[in-house]
Write a protein that binds this ligand. Structure first.
Ligand code: AHR
Length: 679
């Protein structure tokens, strides 16, 4: 018999005080392993996606051409003229366009074709190509009657050396989609796509597109495989989409409208991205949304990741920090109808109007939408007036859909208090979305914030959170503070239904918001320390928790900074601020399928903790313990493109002689222990 299969009898420990097993231990974690507590929400750990920091266009969405439809305000942005012994002119025009949603297109007037007259696109800071890979090119084009040529699409490196080429025939006087495949002969980071006319006459071009053949799950109009794989490795239980403030828009016309994001990509109207100028000093005037990664692709990605979709919709309010625009209550119907139609698009039969559109896009089966958010980070009476209208309409038609409601941008402030007063009062709510971007200390202080919260009200969605301070970095210290806080989310996994770190992606050299979970450029990607924390929690979510007590010298906290003293009307709110922190942050629970006891311990302090781990109420355990440890040499360490795995989980194993054992929890660490136990 293999040693790890040998179970051995140990003490029946329930209620028997246990002596320390060594003299120099400075902490004790007692786990009532045989006392099952409440179930932990299976949706607890998910992801938040927003097109911020070039997360979608130029990021996860694998399109390599920027400004493919010439709809940017600077209409030739990312394009340049190519004249090879030719003569002619170009124009951006709108006469008789491809369709009304995509009004601008490029016109080439070729007087003398030479070796080619056309344009080149430099992508999102260069087009990255791999030798031997295929790239799918497509374009909507038409030509004047006298045009007797074809189109050439060429991939070129920075020096103009051709790396791959295809010829497209079949131009007529009516708009038509032409497609071809180019194989790259080289691996380069800054290629460009050149499109050339080859004869005299007029050629009109629109929706010029280039995709790698290999996308995530090899889908057409798909997603960058390496970035999507990073999401898969997080093992998310749900995906929140499309944000974030992008849902609200800077003003109402700029808001996210899901109906603009489905169907043929040529018929999805472009929108400017509200992160163009949302943050002072971080402007990105050419940041646009193609909506190529739209609601269909979102639902499909959820299916590919095996997670639940959680869409968040505009509730008739634009950003309350910026334009503050409101849709009058008597004009809210189209907004409510959008929400109802989205449910039909996701779940409706193929005979329904929106279900048929889903089927036409290649997915006759439903997407099994179960939850829907009304408003992003809205607050105040204006929100509740609108929320109630949505809530009533949704529940009247779709009892099966749980509604996610907002609690504003803060927690423990007046708007947040008003929200909870409403949701615990007459305003019905299923799940309340709370956001916290706070310094590490706040996360440590708030690991118990849900311990005493009433279970009779709505459940909580920790919908956006991250350690964020003046340094805007993704350090090990911040990640371990998040882990310490998350032990509280798991412990309260009956109340906290869902949680997601935010934002998810950031593109090097093109970001608006820090810190972020995943950094990438056109060829590389790495997860921050926080990424590994999210992944470890998702992979080690217990089915139910068991009681845990931590003993050891408490860490006394400095007095509360004035910033945290909020008011509600004229009344100061009692801040959530414990006098001291536990010597370790721990939670434990059972993984039914694996038959494991999972012990999760965060040590956010600069000193190691030599702890005695006491398992009570177990009859037998295996001697083999599997440990996963996330730590690094310094609290200030970060991952980077150069050292992408400086901070990464490390697997270890050790043996124990019984249900009381000593274990060292390193400074600035997250440790997950898995043991097989029998009650
Ligand atoms: O995650 C970045 C932004 O933070 C989100 O768009 C918004 O909801 C929050 O204020």
């Amino acid at each position: 018999m293999k040693p790890h299969r040998i179970f051995f009898a140990v003490w029946l420990l329930a209620n028997i005080p246990v002596p320390l097993v060594a003299a120099d231990l400075n902490a004790r974690i007692t786990i009532e392993a045989g006392a099952p507590g409440h179930a932990v929400s299976p949706l607890l750990h998910g992801i938040f996606f927003e097109d911020i920091n070039y997360g979608a266009d130029g990021g996860l969405y694998a399109e390599l051409v920027q400004n493919r439809s010439f709809e940017h305000a600077e209409s030739l942005y990312a394009w340049s003229l190519v004249i090879r012994g030719a003569e002619g002119g170009i124009d951006i025009t709108t006469a008789d366009p491809l369709n009304a949603k995509n009004p601008h297109y490029l016109r080439l007037e070729v007087a003398k074709p030479g070796q080619g007259f056309g344009i080149a696109n430099s992508g999102y800071g260069g087009i990255a190509l791999k030798a031997g890979e295929n790239y799918f090119f497509s374009v909507r084009a038409r030509a004047s009657e006298n045009y007797a040529g074809s189109l050439r699409a060429v991939l070129e490196d920075e020096t103009g050396r051709p790396l791959g080429e295809c010829k497209l025939d079949g131009l007529t006087t009516v708009w038509k989609k032409l497609e071809g495949t180019l194989k790259s002969s080289g691996t380069v980071t800054h290629a460009r796509l050149v499109v050339l006319a080859t004869a005299t006459g007029r050629v009109d071009l629109d929706v010029v597109s280039l995709f790698p053949e290999h996308t995530f799950h090899d889908r057409r109009n798909g997603l960058r495989a390496d970035l999507a794989q990073m999401l898969a490795e997080l093992q998310p239980a749900f995906m929140r989409f499309p944000g974030g403030c992008i849902v609200e828009g800077r003003d109402l016309p700029n808001r996210y409208q899901w109906k603009d994001t489905i169907g043929d990509i040529a018929e999805r109207p472009q929108n400017w991205n509200r992160w163009q100028d949302a943050i002072r000093g971080q402007t990105a005037p050419q940041y646009y949304q193609t909506y190529g990664l739209g609601f269909f692709e979102f639902f499909q990605l959820c299916e590919d990741l095996g997670c639940e979709p959680v869409p968040i919709l505009n509730c008739g309010m634009a950003c309350q920090y910026q334009s503050k625009q409101l849709v009058p209550l008597d004009q809210l119907d189209p907004f409510v109808q959008d929400a109802l139609d989205l449910i039909e698009f996701a779940n409706g039969p193929t005979t329904s109007m929106w279900g048929a559109k889903r089927a036409a896009m290649g997915h006759p089966d439903p997407f099994h939408l179960k939850r829907l958010g009304i408003g992003n980070e809205q607050w105040g009476e204006d929100y509740f007036a609108r929320y109630q209208i949505f809530q009533a309409a949704l529940k009247a038609k779709h009892q099966e859909i749980q509604v996610v409601s907002g609690a504003g941008p803060g927690v423990d402030d007046g708007s947040w208090k008003l929200a909870w007063d409403k949701f615990r009062g007459g305003t019905p709510a299923d799940i309340v979305d709370e956001h916290y971007y706070r310094p590490a200390q706040w996360f440590l202080e708030n690991s118990t914030r849900y311990d005493a919260q009433s279970r009779s009200g709505p459940r909580v969605f920790a919908g956006e959170f991250a350690v964020r301070d003046g340094r805007m970095r993704s350090t090990l210290h911040g990640a371990i503070a998040e882990a310490a806080f998350m032990t509280g989310l798991v412990r309260n996994g009956d109340l906290v239904a869902m949680s997601s770190y935010a934002p998810l992606f950031a593109k090097a050299g093109a970001f608006q918001w820090q810190p972020d979970l995943i950094w990438f450029d056109n060829t590389r990607v790495f997860g921050t320390a926080s990424y590994h924390v999210q992944s470890l929690f998702a992979r080690n979510r217990p089915d139910f928790v068991v009681p845990v007590t931590v003993e050891g010298a408490p860490i006394v906290l400095p007095s509360l900074p004035a910033r945290d003293v909020a008011t509600y009307g004229a009344t100061p709110l009692p801040p959530f601020h414990p006098d001291s922190l536990p010597t370790l942050f721990a939670v434990a629970g059972r993984d039914d399928r694996a038959g494991d006891l999972i012990i999760t311990v965060a040590n956010p302090f600069a000193e190691a903790r030599e702890a005695e781990v006491v398992l009570r109420g177990v009859a037998r355990i295996t001697p083999d313990v599997r440990a996963t440890v996330l730590t690094s040499g310094s609290a200030d360490d970060e991952n980077s493109f150069e050292s992408p795995r400086k901070i990464a989980p490390r697997d270890e194993s050790f043996t124990v002689a019984g249900p009381v054992f000593a274990h060292r929890f390193p400074p600035n660490s997250l440790t997950i222990l898995r043991l097989k136990i029998r009650e």
